[in-house]
Ligand binder design. Structure first.
Ligand code: ADP
Length: 447
């Protein structure tokens, strides 16, 4: 096992990784930018190293500075968390060259699953359900039109190297496809340094259902079942839950098995999430694979009892996954609300500043993953999430009631947060029935 790990991240996920390391007897080195210099979680690390100023490209995204810190602190491994450098194959490769273990997939495995065109091809070969669409990248306008005629409009143009909901264009007819294809290629090249785009069928009404997987360096891959993350705003997840409500469990199991096959086929080690859209008839279509631990991993931990962060560290150290697929059981229901420092009444305007009041909920089945303490100042430089409230209960209904109760206890001020929005959502009739689609929240906010 590793002696010492550097955490190349900040906020709640830095704390989450530190907690796993402490329980495993591993020393932690946490890096920070000057914008985070007073962050309380830094005191829980064995060592904290400043790596630069607030802007992420000068600190959390700065590879030479991170590697220097890792060498000065003499660590065995680096955990990238989520966001920042977590999905950068070049960072994984540089760590390997420096003889520091990257806690995540090899650059080769990341390449196979992180690039959307490559991933779709591996998925197809492994009988993972995908959207009808182009076989690989499309270059020419006429080629795009031919594909669209075969699969039928509407279609969506996507960048192979795209991410964060950027670089996608929906086309409802041939004229729109012809005008958008060249622009999409140019935009992809400018935004992601790779102009490859592809086309797939656009699904109007869908739910977002994703499968948590785990691979090791011995050729094993397992799935920890699914999460439903359909409650979204601007492609950002707002509430996640597990298991997905109202799905055909037989079909779900087949999709989970397919997801694990894909991870195995890529020789993947670490945590991975295979994302799908599901239509009204419960057909699944793969969207993409996230080659890292996700924000919403705790809901899966709550229903399976498996510590995903510890697992990611163990498999990086070369240990095999310590359980078999048949031992993974779903117990009860779990849900997570992402609490952001934003004002839902003012168009989700960021609400940075000092948090004077921070009264947190507790009690049976309540978990709060947050780096915030009273007096914490939310820096304006990074994303606005101040915590994740996760609850677990025997049934979905009890879970919703428990979440409503926990949200009521949660008092934060004077900054604005998304807590009031969450309180409304967990009491919303359609959400309580289960199975809202990915545009539900935006319709609700508009109406
Ligand atoms: P990114 O990597 O940018 O997040 P994804 O492929 O995961 O891109 O897609 C992001 C979102 O775009 C999805 O959650 C969904 O809302 C929408 N989307 C993507 N592909 C389709 C599709 N074929 N049909 C309908 N919606 C889609």
């Amino acid at each position: 096992m590793f002696r010492r790990i550097l955490i190349a991240n900040r906020g709640e996920i830095a704390l989450r990784i530190m907690r796993a390391c402490r329980e495993m007897g591993i020393e932690t080195v946490c890096v920070y930018s000057t914008a985070d210099r007073n962050a309380p979680y830094l005191r829980l690390a064995d060592r904290a190293i400043c790596i630069g100023p607030g802007p992420a490209r000068e600190s959390y995204l700065n590879i030479p500075r991170l590697i220097s810190a890792a060498e000065v602190a003499d660590v065995d491994a680096i955990h990238p968390g989520y966001g920042f450098l977590s999905e950068r194959a070049d960072f994984s490769a540089i760590c390997r060259d420096c003889k520091i273990e990257f806690i995540g997939p090899s650059p080769e495995a990341m390449g196979k699953l992180g690039d959307k065109v490559a991933c779709k091809q591996t998925a197809k070969a492994n009988k993972v359900p995908i959207f009808p669409g182009s076989d690989g990248a499309v270059e020419e306008e006429d080629e795009a039109v031919k594909v669209a005629e075969e699969i039928g409009y509407p279609v969506i143009i996507k960048a192979s190297a795209g991410g964060g909901g950027r670089g996608m264009r929906v086309c409802r007819n041939e004229a729109s496809l012809r005008t958008n294809i060249r622009a999409a290629q140019q935009e992809a090249l400018a935004a992601f340094g790779n102009g490859a785009v592809f086309i797939e069928k656009f699904l109007e009404h869908a739910r977002h259902v994703e499968v948590q997987c785990l691979g090791d360096k011995h050729g094993n891959a397992v799935y920890l079942w699914e999460r439903d993350c359909s409650m979204q705003r601007r492609h950002q997840k707002v509430i996640e839950e597990a298991p997905a409500p109202n799905v055909d469990r037989k079909k779900m199991q087949a999709v989970c098995e397919a997801a694990a096959r894909l991870v195995k086929a890529a020789d993947y080690s670490g945590a991975a999430t295979v994302e799908f859209l599901m239509d009204g008839a419960h057909n699944f279509y793969m969207l993409e694979v996230n080659t890292r631990v996700q924000v919403e991993h705790p809901v899966t931990e709550m229903i399976t009892g498996i510590d995903i962060v510890k697992m990611s560290i163990m498999v990086a150290a070369g240990m095999p996954i310590p359980f078999k697929q048949k031992d993974v059981e779903i117990r009860g229901h779990a849900m997570e609300c992402r609490i952001n420092a934003e004002d839902p009444d003012k168009g989700f305007m960021p609400s940075a500043g000092k948090i004077e009041q921070w009264e947190t909920p507790g009690g049976l089945g309540v978990r709060l993953d947050s780096h915030v303490v009273p007096g914490y100042v939310v820096p304006p430089n990074y994303d606005s999430m101040v915590g994740k409230l996760i609850v677990h209960a025997e049934t979905r209904e009890q879970c919703l009631d428990r979440m409503a109760r926990a949200l009521r206890e949660f008092r934060v001020g004077p900054i604005k947060t998304t807590i009031p929005l969450h309180s409304r959502l967990v009491q919303d009739g359609a959400f309580r029935t289960g199975g809202v689609d990915i545009h539900y929240l935006e319709r609700l906010l508009k109406g």
